[in-house]
Ligand binder design. Structure first.
Ligand code: SAM
Length: 259
């Protein structure tokens, strides 16, 4: 957080801390994402969605307007996830971190009719103890999780398979090399972000995508960026410009970096 403040400090930062300190924490990350979209390449590459998916022109997507409920995942990020889903036409999607099901529903709405959307969240009966090992921001999210609330009752819910487990110990082997699109959006500490990234890498097929949320932030979520860059082959992580989404497309021969 301090590094972010030093790197991005300006007079507006100071004004925001004065006027609305609760929102000021996110400001450094926003400024940094603006910088990345303008510079294009620094610690990683930042590209527009049209550059990342050049053949997705004319794609149509479906979005359901739902509140974030404390999750900062604005409508443009949902639209990018929907476009990636349309583009890939996945048979299998795997999401780590369901929360209320807004993104799981988004995958179901934009994937082919025979797609299965696996989405996992912590076991319902053990959340209290598991939330003790994460940072305060994640503990608040776990507490507010009403798993699947937003897809329940929708026609597309039939495509969604809810899984329960702690991603740090969950057995991902049955999904190895079989998933077209993995979305990593669970806990944000380094241990979880790197373990989820390793498992995502094992699950995704060649030509498939891993997408991370909460990339390019400071403070509580900074570990996601570090874990992804530590593990994913150098130069292959692309941030969707001005968003907290980063994507990686697996190619033949790709290996995780040893870290
Ligand atoms: C940021 S929210 C997911 C938001 C959701 N993808 C969306 O945009 O609507 C993170 C979720 O991950 C879950 N979670 C945290 N740690 C986890 C773990 N170790 N294993 C599985 N799920 C975890 C939390 O309970 C929370 O619901």
């Amino acid at each position: 957080m301090i590094c972010g403040a030093i790197e991005t400090f300006n007079l507006l930062t100071l004004k925001l801390w004065w006027k609305n300190p609760s929102r000021a924490r996110a400001f450094s990350g926003k400024i940094f994402r603006d910088y990345m979209s303008l510079v294009g390449r620094d610690r990683w590459t930042s590209r527009s969605i049209s550059e990342i998916l050049p053949n997705a022109k004319d794609s149509r997507i479906v979005l359901e307007h739902l509140p974030g409920d404390g999750i900062f995942n604005p409508i443009d990020e949902l639209a990018y996830l929907a476009l990636i889903t349309r583009y890939l036409e996945p048979k299998k999607v795997f999401e780590i971190g369901t929360f209320r099901g807004r993104t799981a529903l988004n995958f179901a709405l934009n994937s082919p009719a025979d797609c299965i959307v696996f989405t996992m969240d912590l076991p319902l009966d053990d959340r209290e103890s598991l939330s003790n090992r994460v940072n305060a921001a994640d503990a608040a999210i776990i507490k507010a999780s009403e798993t699947g609330l937003y897809y329940r009752g929708r026609p597309e819910a039939g495509k969604i398979k809810q899984l329960y487990g702690d991603s740090l110990v969950f057995d991902f082997k049955p999904y190895a090399a079989s998933v077209d699109l993995v979305f990593v959006d669970g806990a944000h500490d380094y241990r979880c972000a790197s373990s989820d990234t390793r498992n995502a890498f094992e699950m995704v097929v060649e030509g498939g995508f891993i997408v991370w949320h909460d990339f390019s932030n400071y403070g509580d979520y900074n570990d996601v960026t570090r874990a992804v860059l530590d593990l994913i082959p150098s130069g292959k992580v692309i941030q969707i410009e001005n968003s907290q989404l980063a994507v990686y497309r697996k190619e033949a021969g790709d290996r995780l970096r040893s870290h």
